[in-house]
Design a protein around this ligand. Structure first.
Ligand code: NDP
Ligand code: GDR
Length: 318
């Protein structure tokens, strides 16, 4: 049975990807970092079918030993310090985990299993500030956060290892993707969770930072399908994955409150402390190449994404 190794298995994307690969008959090995309180809520329903191994992208020797033991055919490298505001508070940690963590993974791959196909979780945060420009694979990078800078390094290094060593190594440039499994520190889940609590009378106010920024929001389960498709392509290449539509944080909040019949203006406060030192006002991606070459299409639109997240948070409170 072919083996897929997923780092970041306990995160949002790790859980969707593991479900999809297991359904296709892969042996799935998930790398989990050691923790006194393991974070298993997203994969609890998969634990009887998933193999978990302990590893940390900060530890080169451990990664080499792990890859030797697992002998993967596919490696999905999703582990990262992925929270953009945290990257200003902990820029060096973010560099160690998100940038050099990828370097350690690529080194372990090169030394132990160079035939394995490697996916790097690249991000639209690598792009810059030009407004209203639909971003594609040719758009230059100008990252605006330490996280974005770390991802740009990881992306370029993945391309470099492909060119230097002939590895099947690709970096997907994925725009924001959300779900009911999104961490509550990200704005969509922060809103859906608050809306559910407000609807149930457990909370009254919701503080948000920038309301006018626009993001191209898709559904995580659609985006993990694109990751897998990239590793099954005939040739290794990097693809933008996005819906092509962008909506503001304000519009997300408005729709989420609509789901429970409330008005967002009655509950949302603007908190300047939540503004970022540097922001990207608009991000919108052009996934034409992924659609044509990988046959990828998103299945969940913005309205259904918001509805699904709010309904899931309401259900959690019953
Ligand atoms: P999450 O933040 O939900 O998951 C991150 C994962 O990385 C967690 O499993 C976390 O473990 C793990 N991790 C963190 N530090 C380490 C470490 N030192 N060693 C090993 N594992 C570690 O991210 P998502 O699932 O949302 O995203 C997956 C990847 O895709 C990330 O690399 C992210 O940067 C990137 N990405 C995400 C996008 C999105 O919109 N979701 C868009 C573009 C890129 P633990 O549970 O223990 O904290
Ligand atoms: P992002 O996602 O930074 O795009 O990174 P996040 O949901 O954190 O922010 C999106 C936009 O919302 C604005 N915003 C707020 N953000 C948060 N977290 N909390 C708030 O209260 C708030 N109010 C307004 C932000 O300023 C921002 O413009 C996500 C992560 O998954 C990355 O790992 C990934 O690479 C990118 O998406 C693509």
């Amino acid at each position: 049975m072919p083996t897929a190794l997923i780092t970041g298995i306990t995160g949002q994307d790790g859980s969707f990807l593991a479900e999809q690969l297991l359904a296709q008959g892969w042996r799935v090995v998930g790398m989990q970092r050691h923790s006194a309180s393991p974070n298993l809520w997203r994969i609890a329903h998969l634990l009887d079918r998933l193999e978990l191994v302990t590893g940390d992208v900060l530890d080169q020797g451990g990664l080499i030993a792990l890859m030797q033991a697992v002998d993967p055919d596919r490696i999905f490298h999703l582990a990262a310090q992925s929270h953009v505001p945290t990257s200003w508070r902990q820029p060096l940690l973010t560099g160690q985990v998100t940038a050099l963590g990828t370097a350690r993974m690529l080194e372990a791959l090169r030394l132990t299993c160079p035939q394995a196909r490697f996916y790097q979780a690249g991000s639209s945060e690598m792009f810059g500030t030009a407004e209203d420009e639909l971003k594609n694979e040719c758009t230059p990078f100008h990252p605006r956060s330490p996280y974005g800078v770390a991802k740009a390094y990881a992306h370029q290094l993945t391309v470099n290892y492909r060119e230097s060593y002939g590895l099947f190594a690709v970096s997907g440039i994925l725009f924001n993707h959300e779900s009911e499994r999104r961490g509550p520190e990200f704005v969509t889940r922060k809103i859906s969770q608050a809306v559910a609590r407000i609807a149930r009378g457990l909370q009254d106010r919701l503080a948000l930072g920038a309301l006018d920024v626009q993001r191209d929001w898709g559904f995580a389960g659609d985006y993990t399908r694109a990751m897998a498709a990239m590793l099954e392509a005939d040739e290794p290449d990097d693809y933008v994955v996005a819906t092509g539509e962008s909506w503001s944080v304000r519009e997300f909040a408005e729709r989420a409150f609509d789901v429970v019949g409330l008005r967002w203006e009655d509950h949302v406060d603007h908190d300047p402390a939540l503004l970022r030192p540097a922001e990207i006002p608009v991000l919108r991606g052009d996934a034409r190449r992924a659609r044509v070459e990988l046959g990828w299409t998103p299945t969940v639109d913005f309205a259904h994404l918001v509805e699904r997240m709010v309904q899931a948070d309401l259900a959690r409170l019953t």
